[in-house]
Write a protein that binds this ligand. Structure first.
Ligand code: SAH
Ligand code: SF4
Length: 396
């Protein structure tokens, strides 16, 4: 049986052709699935009877089994979906007065292994399929429509952020049809500005996304220089900051907005000093000369702790001082409100249940301890050859 959630509309057209039906029928079928939430082909009354019969024998609309649902005091909802094989992924709905945002996962676990991220700490199990990515939206949209008593045509989810578990640009093949389904006027009809891909900086895939399906882009920077970013976001060793910013500048040529959002997780004593704010300002303003800098907005995310991180959240005073340096330098800077942290649904707290097939966390934690030094005067151990101080997991 084929799961129809795996297809964007073009893919569904191919599938209809394989069944010996006209391609255009896919549009009707797509609307039943993604606009009306229908799972039973027999109920799709305006579809040709021949197609309904063929679908009944060959296809399913297979949503993900819900392992649990938790509702936070602020109305945030977190679903845990069972994706089989001992893996479970999380999806978070964040209600606000004027919008409903869904934070979607792209992988079971994550191989990037950022030091401050609970998903990364779990290691990596596997990529999600397009059907599993889209099923998160399908479930949330139609569950909430029923629950909120929305009329047909009214939408529960107005914005999607690919900021759940996983690195979406390391699962590009499955991501692309998912994005197309979200944007499709016969699907969820979300505008490109309201769908955000967040990445730790997979440079070649930023370029692909620009050409294939430019949506809003958020880049997880977290450090103003390569020495520190190498440690916090290990992917930086492959794609250092200058290359990353260059890819971002290239992305802007086709982006739906005229800026890139830079995310910066505020870690006490690690990346939150006024000097580091000044270095970040110089970096994005392009004080390095021509072909540098970036049109951006900066989103500071107070670190959301999780057990074993060994890291602490920056104080509100420290965050404000950091933001002030950037704002005074002319960069629009916001501080992300923490939502749903009483149910561990905040940024970086999504761990699901992951069978780590790569044992990536175990291997890299042993190999590359994170330095945490307080105050100015942090040495670059790569350059000086000095041993790294204070492994993350021995400080707390
Ligand atoms: N892999 C992608 C998207 C998922 S993470 C990426 O890294 O961009 C979504 C955002 O949450 C990223 O900006 C990430 O850096 C941030 N994040 C991860 N762990 C966090 C934590 N413990 N506290 C606050 N933000 C965190
Ligand atoms: Fe992966 Fe993003 Fe977490 Fe880094 S922050 S480990 S890229 S999910």
């Amino acid at each position: 049986m084929v799961n129809l959630l795996q297809f964007d509309r073009a893919g569904l057209g191919d599938f209809c052709e394989q069944l010996g039906e006209k391609r255009f029928r896919a549009t009707q079928l797509f609307r039943w699935i993604h606009q009306r939430g229908e799972r039973d082909p027999a109920a799709m009354t305006d579809l040709a009877k021949s197609l309904r019969e063929k679908l009944a024998g060959s296809a399913v609309i297979d949503a993900l089994p819900v392992a649990s649902e938790q509702v936070a005091a602020d109305g945030t909802i977190k679903w845990l979906f069972d994706v089989g094989g001992g893996d479970a992924i999380e999806t978070v709905f964040i209600p606000e007065a004027d919008r409903g945002t869904l934070c979607i996962s792209s992988q079971a676990g994550c191989a990037v292994n950022c030091r401050f991220c609970s998903t990364g700490h779990q290691g990596f199990s596997r990529n999600l399929t397009t059907a599993e990515i889209v099923a998160q939206l399908w479930h949330a949209e139609f569950t909430l429509r029923r629950r909120l008593g929305l009329a047909e045509g009214e939408r529960a989810i107005t914005n999607v952020v690919m900021m759940g578990m996983g690195e979406p640009l390391q699962n590009y093949a499955a991501l692309l049809p998912s994005l197309r389904t979200m944007l499709d006027d016969h699907g969820y009809g979300l505008s490109r500005r309201r769908v955000t891909v967040s990445t730790s900086g997979v440079v070649p895939m930023i370029e692909r996304l620009r050409d294939d399906c430019p949506v809003a882009l958020a880049v997880s920077l977290h450090a103003p220089d390569d020495a520190l970013r190498d440690e916090l976001v290990p992917l930086n060793r492959k794609y250092p900051i200058a290359e990353l910013l260059s890819a971002c500048r290239g992305y802007l040529a086709r982006a739906p907005r005229d800026f890139i959002t830079l995310e910066y997780c505020m870690l006490d004593g690690v990346n939150d000093s006024p000097a580091q704010a000044a270095a970040l300002l110089a970096l994005v303003r392009g004080d390095g000369g021509a072909d540098s800098g970036l049109a951006c907005k900066i989103n500071l995310i107070p670190f959301n702790p999780f057990p074993e991180s060994g890291l602490r959240r920056s104080s509100p005073e420290r965050v404000s001082a950091f933001a002030a340096v950037l704002q005074e330098g002319g960069i629009v800077t916001t501080v992300r409100k923490t939502r749903g942290d009483d149910i561990a649904a905040a940024c970086g707290q999504l761990a699901g249940e992951v069978r780590d097939r790569t044992r990536v966390a175990e291997r890299t934690v042993r190999a590359v301890p994170v330095r945490i030094e307080r105050g100015p005067g942090r040495r670059d151990s790569r350059r000086t050859g000095a041993p790294a101080a204070a492994p993350t997991r021995s400080t707390s």
